[in-house]
Design a protein around this ligand. Structure first.
Ligand SMILES: Cc1cc2nc3c(=O)[nH]c(=O)nc-3n(C[C@H](O)[C@H](O)[C@H](O)COP(=O)(O)O)c2cc1C
Length: 369
């Protein structure tokens, strides 16, 4: 089934849907940065696949339920959240907007959703903590374990409430747009959670990506479930494993001490032709959904996408690129507007589905592919 399309946004018209921010951001960002945000690995089939999977489902909605003004709230790890959307960890947000991660985190706080900070942020975790909302810290494991434990301990001290261990990135996927653009951190930016040579990636030689080199030299390529067990034993914070697409890996993650899993293929930026996350979700939910929250990201662009993921058993979803575009366009205000759009779309679609609460989103509401 072809993916439905709606008319392209223009830069002049105010955004009315999440994807409108992309056109506006593209017009203002340097090409190398736009491509770094937008791109995926190799053929970018996994990027397209995440979107296509959402389009294959249709709703078998309920009528005469009396559901109006639906309640979008949920509880996760003891925190009340306003809606089932979180801001996914994404590196180097000052490349989108001068206020970078802090601006995005402020929007998350104002809206009552989780902000998940990347290890490779251009604002330090302590500064982002001043946004004061529900915050999680995404971890990449460095070859030097001392650096890794130091970051985890700092995150705990700065009030982060969960550690998200990303496991789909033993090395960086081949992002050809970045090779063509010789992508590296532009002058003036650094990884503010790190110091010395670890705080920089770049410049890159022609045809290379400085980020790919950084991953290959600095990060641990050979993580195993024993390392997850080590991490879960090191920190009192709940550890979520991000980048799982298989039920057996989800099960082993919980056995190794994880408290939740995020079904993700890194927005199609790692293994190309990775299974679409929505296609991977049901089996993971079947295996571990009764014991731990299962989250999903990849290609979520509409309130209806959120509802499809929840009906298939996700507790919440994360969005990546959409909020980078909104950040580029309007800083904190842009991200707030984006989140408000998601809120309105979710609320309207829940009413039309006949669901008054998130736990009423059940698989029978969907007509499968
Ligand atoms: C520009 C960019 C940078 C990213 N950086 C990270 C990162 O540092 N750590 C991480 O775990 N995931 C990272 N991701 C992946 C996101 O967390 C998320 O899995 C993905 O963006 C979701 O797909 P979507 O962009 O289609 O919403 C990044 C994604 C993008 C687009």
């Amino acid at each position: 089934m072809a993916e439905p399309t709606t008319p392209a946004a223009t830069v002049d018209a105010p955004p009315v849907r999440a994807e409108d921010f992309e056109g506006a951001a593209r017009a203002i960002l340097p090409k190398g940065i736009y491509d770094y945000f937008a791109g995926g690995a190799e053929d970018e089939a996994a990027v397209a696949g995440n979107r296509a999977a959402f389009a294959r489902w249709r709703f078998r909605y309920r009528v005469l339920t009396g559901a109006s003004e639906p309640d979008l709230g949920l509880e996760l790890f003891g925190r009340r959240l306003a809606m089932p959307i979180q801001l996914a960890p994404a590196a180097t947000q000052k490349m989108a907007h001068p206020e970078g991660e802090l601006a995005a985190a402020r929007a998350a706080t104002a809206t009552g959703v989780v902000y998940c900070l990347s290890t490779l942020s251009t604002t330090s975790m302590e500064t982002v903590a001043t946004a004061e909302g529900v915050r999680w810290f995404q971890l990449y494991v460095f070859k030097d374990r001392g650096i890794t434990t130091d970051m985890v301990d700092r995150a705990e001290a700065a009030g982060y409430q969960a550690i998200v261990l990303t496991v789909d990135t033993p090395i960086l996927g081949r992002r050809e747009r970045d090779f063509r653009n010789a992508f590296g951190l532009p002058a003036g930016f650094q990884y503010e959670n790190l110091v010395g040579p670890l705080a920089r990636a770049g410049p890159a030689d022609v045809g290379q990506s400085a980020l790919a080199e950084y991953f290959s030299f600095q990060l641990d390529h050979a993580l195993t479930f024993a390392d997850l067990e080590w991490l879960a034993g090191h920190t009192p914070l709940p550890v979520l494993v991000k980048g799982v697409v298989r039920p057996d890996d989800a099960r082993r993650s919980l056995s190794a001490g994880a408290r939740g899993v995020i079904v993700s293929n890194h927005g199609g930026r790692q293994l190309d032709y990775a299974i679409a996350t929505l296609d991977a979700l049901p089996a993971v939910v079947d295996e571990v959904g009764a014991e731990a929250p299962v989250l999903l990201d990849g290609g979520v662009r509409r309130g209806t996408d959120v509802l499809k993921a929840l009906a298939l058993g996700a507790r919440s979803v994360m969005i990546g690129r959409p909020y980078l575009w909104a950040l580029a366009v309007g800083g904190t205000d842009g991200v707030r507007r984006l989140l408000q759009m998601f809120r309105e779309e979710i609320a309207v679609s829940m009413s039309l589905l006949g669901a008054g609460r998130l736990d009423e989103l059940t698989p029978d509401l969907l007509a499968g592919p």
